[in-house]
Write a protein that binds this ligand. Structure first.
Ligand code: C2E
Ligand code: CA
Ligand code: CA
Ligand code: CA
Length: 279
């Protein structure tokens, strides 16, 4: 029994070493990826369901890995968060978005917003607001076209510093969208406590909507609540025309999903919407 126990311990520690090595390798490759500009931004358009016009886009990060090819965020965002590298990635995405918006702003419909995902970790940094201000100033781009997406998890920990950061960024001209809405913790109290501008209905509800009565009720309830709180609603994960039609019937303002476009490169996005390609 003793030897098998020892054996299992040895196996366990071997496993740990391998995991630790893997993480070390990933840390090094993410860091060198940042240095070598391997991370890039894809845009997924947001479409006004009433006018079919472009209402901006969500910026989604991609990693052009030298050997693994195009890597999607689910494969590296959680690790980047664990290793404290997400701050740099998010700011690099914001930098790219500002560079584009600077070139596109004179062509955009008023009210359009280009959204950047902000990891919960961002709100633990003291230099968050000054860093963002620096990036916006560097590009001289209009913040009225910029938005941040945060998840309910960020708002769960109520503290004055969080409120102050959100307020400071709103004063700079940013709006805030609550991402994956409806999947997190009971969120109603956060909605009145924080100055949120947009609710993004999670794609799980949109996906179930055509078959599930309860998802329909949920979507309708979110819309009614948003209207009462003077918030906009974005539905994500719209894949079928029937879903778009139902959302429009429910008075949802904006939709995003494969029905309109997958996330695409900056160049492809510019060409799709007749926008100049940023230099
Ligand atoms: P998210 O913020 O909820 O982003 C939406 C995800 O849904 C994207 O996956 C998008 O490609 C996908 N999607 C859009 N339309 C459809 C659709 O019609 N059907 C289906 N099945 N999926 C659709 P992606 O790009 O792989 O990103 C995954 C997650 O990674 C994002 O979820 C977000 O949480 C995170 N992420 C992406 N970029 C960044 C970033 O720059 N910073 C941070 N902190 N997180 C990011
Ligand atoms: Ca998002
Ligand atoms: Ca989302
Ligand atoms: Ca998500």
């Amino acid at each position: 029994a003793k030897s098998s126990q020892r054996g299992s311990i040895r196996f366990y520690s071997h496993d740990l070493t391998e995991k630790a090595l893997e993480r070390l390798e990933l840390r090094n490759s993410i860091q060198s990826g940042i240095r070598n500009k391997q991370f890039c931004v894809f845009f997924q358009p947001k479409i006004n369901l009433k006018t079919n016009a472009l209402e901006g886009a969500e910026a989604l990060v991609r990693w052009h890995h030298p050997t693994r090819g195009l890597v999607f965020p689910d494969a590296f965002i959680p690790v980047a968060e664990e290793l404290g590298l997400i701050n740099e990635i998010d700011m690099l995405v914001l930098d790219e978005v500002c560079r584009c918006v600077k070139v596109w702003q004179s062509h955009l419909a008023p009210g359009s917003r280009f959204a950047v995902n902000l990891s919960a970790m961002q709100f633990t940094r003291e230099d968050l607001v000054s860093t963002i201000e620096g990036i916006v100033q560097k590009h001289q781009c209009g913040t009225k076209f910029l938005e941040f997406e945060i998840t309910e998890g960020v708002l769960m920990v109520h503290c004055e510093r969080l409120t102050n950061k959100i307020k400071a960024l709103k004063e700079l001209g940013f709006t805030f969208a609550l991402d994956d809405f409806g999947t997190g913790y009971s969120s109603l109290s956060y909605l009145s406590r924080y100055p949120i501008d947009v609710l993004k209905i999670d794609r799980s509800f949109v996906m179930d909507m055509l078959e599930s009565q309860s998802s329909q009720v949920l979507v309708k309830t979110i819309v009614a609540m948003a209207q009462n709180l003077a918030m906009k609603v974005v539905a994500e994960g719209v894949e079928e025309p029937a879903q778009a039609a139902l959302l429009k019937q429910y008075d949802v303002d904006i939709a995003q999903g494969y029905l309109f476009s997958r996330p695409i490169s900056i160049e492809a996005f510019a060409s799709m919407y007749c926008l100049p390609v940023p230099p």
